[in-house]
Design a protein around this ligand. Structure first.
Ligand code: 5HY
Length: 243
């Protein structure tokens, strides 16, 4: 199967490191194409960044056309997820939603540990949107900037992340950790080794769940709100995104 991994920010090195994390768990016959938008923020750390990144996601989904059997949005805000599902029949998985599902198979309650404190509300909104308010016991920011995770594969951030995870597990009485950034994919195994509890990286979870959906022959419904957008012109820089 052809899996399109979209990094909604425009930092190519982060796209590469997330592609590596994806290939570590993907089946041998899964071909992963990793891309990022031609425009938009180098990192997504707030609502403004997210809106532009969502348009970048649509640019890449449209460019892929019918070439992708499944799509993974590798940013923890799942930017443009519903719009992307309108734009393609292929299953589209956001790493936050995928991580919440995976965490709920292995714990009765999980904690999210993420980057900047200001982004916590975005994760909290997704917990409510996806109906995980009974399983997510807390969302915790570390004020680690997204691009700090790019330096030396994020290893320098491991001690601070480990401390934040231990504090969250104790405070929330939770049994698992969901990592709140695609850029943390490279340190999830080390954190799980140190913490001794399930540590869920959404990139890996989304790739494996996408493979499962394709294996089940499931595609995005075109009945109702995920139906293909109505034909209309888009003016200005968004012209190419019209239907
Ligand atoms: C992410 N931002 O996964 C989110 C993390 C965050 O550029 N990739 C980003 O802070 O919401």
């Amino acid at each position: 199967m052809n899996l399109l991994l979209i990094n909604p920010n425009t930092t190519a090195s982060m796209t590469r490191s997330m592609a590596e994390a994806a290939r570590r768990v993907a089946r041998p016959d899964t071909r992963i194409t990793a891309v990022q938008p031609s425009f938009g923020p180098v990192s997504i750390e707030g609502h403004h960044d997210e809106v532009i990144a969502a348009a970048g996601v649509l640019e890449q989904v449209r460019q892929a056309g019918t070439g992708a059997d499944a799509v993974v949005l590798a940013c923890f805000g799942d930017p443009g997820l519903d719009a992307a599902r309108e734009a393609t029949e292929a299953p589209v998985l956001g790493i936050a939603e995928a991580a919440f599902h995976a965490a709920s198979f292995v714990s009765t309650g999980f904690s999210v540990v993420t980057t900047l404190v200001r982004t916590c509300v975005i994760a909290e909104h997704l917990v409510l949107k996806y109906g995980y308010e009974r399983r997510c016991r807390g969302v915790h920011g570390t004020d680690i900037p997204v691009l700090a995770l790019e330096e030396d594969d994020g290893l320098a951030c491991v001690p601070a992340l480990e401390d934040a995870c231990r504090a969250a597990l104790a405070r929330d009485r939770s049994g698992a950790i969901v990592l709140g950034c695609g850029g943390m994919a490279s340190v999830s195994a080390e954190l799980q080794r140190r913490l001794g509890v399930p540590v869920i990286d959404g990139v890996a979870a989304a790739v494996v769940l996408a493979e499962a959906l394709v294996q089940l022959g499931l595609r995005t419904s075109k009945q109702g709100d995920y139906a293909t957008p109505l034909p209309k012109r888009y003016l200005g820089w968004a012209g190419a995104l019209g239907w």
